[in-house]
Design a protein around this ligand. Sequence first.
Ligand code: HPA
Length: 267
Amino acid sequence: MSRNAEALAAIRARAGAEPVRLGLILGSGLGHLAHAVEGVAIPYADLPGFPHVSVSGHNPHLHIGTLEGVRVAVFGAREHYYERGNPAAMRAALEVLADLGAESLLLTNAAGSMRPDIPPGDLMLLSDHINYSGLNPLIGEATDARFVPMTDAHDPALRTALLASAKAEGIDLRQGVYAWYSGPSFETPAEIRMLRTLGADAVGMSTVPEVILARFLGLKVAAISTITNMAAGMSDENISHEHTKAMAPLGAAKLERILRHFLRTLR
Ligand code: HPA
């Protein structure tokens, strides 16, 4: 049995065979929502091919069950490229998500803002991204399926629906371009000036490889950043992982309201 078939069988044995509608990956400090899922929580360690997670503040469990009446698969944590140098670290997990029947994937992350009008505590829906890392999770994929179109990778219909949910909840959801920097060191002020010049609005260490993998797998995808800090050189505050974890909950409550509203529209 392939490792994905093994993971799928282990999930179905614990969570039942009913298909899931949607996957959700929770970023740094945003893990709370996973515990709201009515269903089972399966440790990644029990699922062959699932990521190895070494970042504090993440919950490495797959939560399968219902949230707002919709069957979902919530990933409490992701493996980042900077952990082991593997840009395809989330591939098996996302393949399993597609095999579970998901049509869409929502990604969340913590990010630094390069826009003074999008301060810490705000949420930014990704309208597009810049893969500044030069890495790609599909390098080594031997089929022509590797040539994934990335125009409208951030699904316009999903984005419209998320914006409508934010509006219905009275939450200001901004849109902007996210740049992927590999990490784990933060950026220098000079690098941030460069990224601003290149047209990026926020910077972070995740999400882009997952967007590429999701499109490769035929999943519709949208992503929301919780802004935890102004990017390097843009304010006097210290930038640190501790700060990221402390600030993420500021946006998390708003994010949860948007996601719950969006899920209710899927019922
Ligand atoms: N840079 C990169 N990743 C981040 C940041 C940042 O400023 N804040 C939260 N994640």
